[in-house]
Design a protein around this ligand. Structure first.
Ligand code: SF4
Length: 116
């Protein structure tokens, strides 16, 4: 940003020489989340059984599929290596899409099942 003398007065005008910030990055996309108040649906409780996980995630994904910020949410989780279900995608699905986290729960549980 630099100052520029105004042609019509003694005032100095602010000249913006920096690239504009995309408007989307100034808005808190979470305010449009369809999952407000339903956090429990999006994160696995301790010792959750696979069938219960499928039911919980199906409910969560139905909220995501009707959410206006789904793509932004998914991108955020992928780039920040989040746990839980974000943007209709669970940890295992993010992992398989190439956005690895340290220990995706689905991958761990499948490894345990095949080992036993
Ligand atoms: S896409 Fe799903 S997790 Fe993301 S804000 Fe919307 S409802 Fe919540």
């Amino acid at each position: 940003m630099s100052l520029k003398e105004s042609p019509v007065s003694d005032l100095y005008l602010t000249e913006f020489s920096e690239p504009a910030t995309p408007i989307g990055s100034l808005i808190d996309w979470t305010q449009f989340a369809n999952c407000k108040g339903k956090t429990k649906l999006f994160f696995a409780p301790k010792a959750e059984r696979p069938q219960a996980r499928e039911r919980r995630e199906a409910k969560a994904k139905s909220l995501c599929n009707n959410c206006t910020v789904q793509e932004t949410c998914k991108e955020f989780a992928r780039n920040n290596h989040e746990y839980g279900l974000w943007g209709g995608e669970n940890e295992e699905e993010r992992h398989l899409a190439g956005y690895t986290i340290a220990a995706p729960i689905g991958v761990r549980s499948r490894a345990l099942r095949t080992a036993s």
